[in-house]
Design a protein around this ligand. Structure first.
Ligand SMILES: NC(=[NH2+])NCCC[C@H](N)C(=O)O
Ligand SMILES: [Mn+2]
Ligand SMILES: [Mn+2]
Length: 301
């Protein structure tokens, strides 16, 4: 990691899906000791606190078409994009805690304008490539990657006043094992690079990360890591809203983070979908913090 200063930004957002509790993710991750962990690695940490997200009880849950809570999701992400922008202008590394994965819309809106060719590693069981038309659920947390490609409702694709944020050839999805039909079509049409669980089983995480790193190094000038905890197997990360069995192991995930640290390619990161209500004694938040340790260069010896 190039920058020695990290800005932590919490996003207690749960409007991108239907299970309450994921808004407590940022607290759970802090409680699991993230600041000490990163300070021990000699980073200077500035915890900027949480983005203000309206409470659902107060909200007129304005949905549009098949886009649940569209207005609330757009509002939160607009604020987030601004905060990210400030963190990067202050020459710090933005480290974002979710919240559901719809917050990647705001993170990428804030990050992408600082790069000509931003790369994205999407570590996830899902593709999150749905649009209102293809989504089986209407949940916006299943859409952020499509939105960042410029596909979807303009209220989302134009956040921060520009779009698209990323190019399909600069994206690598790792850990996919649950894709909707429309997502599969889009992946083929756009030629997005995907390592499904099949490839991870077959060639191993070492090869997957070697290939990912050299692929992105060649074509990008910065790489954002968007890590959905449901990319991991539910055995290791049970506290998520949309678990899918047969996922990436704790060990493989550490290896992936260690290889990213060694390569020094990551320029911003977010850890999302931690839901303490569904968790077992804060296990998933602790796993997230352990992975952040590896991402920022922690070693045993
Ligand atoms: N970030 C997530 N956990 N996304 C899950 C998405 C699930 C499903 N593909 C949907 O669109 O509803
Ligand atoms: Mn997911
Ligand atoms: Mn996701």
């Amino acid at each position: 990691m190039k920058k020695k200063q990290i800005s932590i930004i919490g996003v207690p957002m749960d409007f991108g899906q239907m299970r309450r509790g994921v808004d407590m993710g940022p607290s759970a991750i802090r409680y699991a000791g993230v600041v000490d962990r990163l300070e021990n690695l000699h980073y200077e940490i500035d915890d900027l606190g949480d983005i203000e997200i309206s409470r659902p009880e107060k909200l007129d849950k304005l949905s549009e078409g098949n886009l649940r809570n569209l207005k609330a999701v757009a509002e939160g992400n607009t604020k987030l994009a601004k905060k990210i922008d400030e963190a990067i202008n202050a020459d710090t590394f933005p480290l974002v805690f979710g919240g559901d994965h719809s917050i990647a819309i705001g993170t990428l809106a804030g990050v992408a304008k600082h790069y000509n060719n931003l790369g994205v590693i999407w570590y996830d069981a899902h593709g999150d490539l749905n649009t209102a038309e293809s989504s089986p659920s209407g949940n916006i947390h299943g859409m952020p990657l499509a939105v960042s490609l410029g596909l979807g409702h303009p209220t989302l694709t134009e956040i921060a006043g520009y779009g698209p944020k990323v190019k399909p050839e600069n994206i690598v999805i790792i850990g996919a094992r649950s894709l909707d039909e429309g997502e599969k079509i889009l992946i083929k049409e756009l030629g997005i690079k995907v390592y499904t669980m099949h490839e991870i089983d077959r060639i191993g995480m070492t090869k997957v990360m070697e290939e990912t790193i050299s692929y992105l190094k060649d074509r990008t000038d910065g790489v954002h890591l968007s890590l959905d905890l449901d990319g991991l197997d539910p055995h290791d990360a049970p506290g998520v809203g949309t678990p899918v069995i047969g996922g990436i192991s704790y060990r493989e995930s550490h290896l992936a983070m260690e290889m990213l640290a060694e390569a020094g390619v990551i320029t911003s990161a977010e850890f999302v979908e931690v839901n303490p209500i569904l968790d077992e004694r804060n296990k998933t938040a602790s796993v997230a913090v352990a992975l952040m340790g590896s991402l920022f260069g922690e070693k045993l010896l």
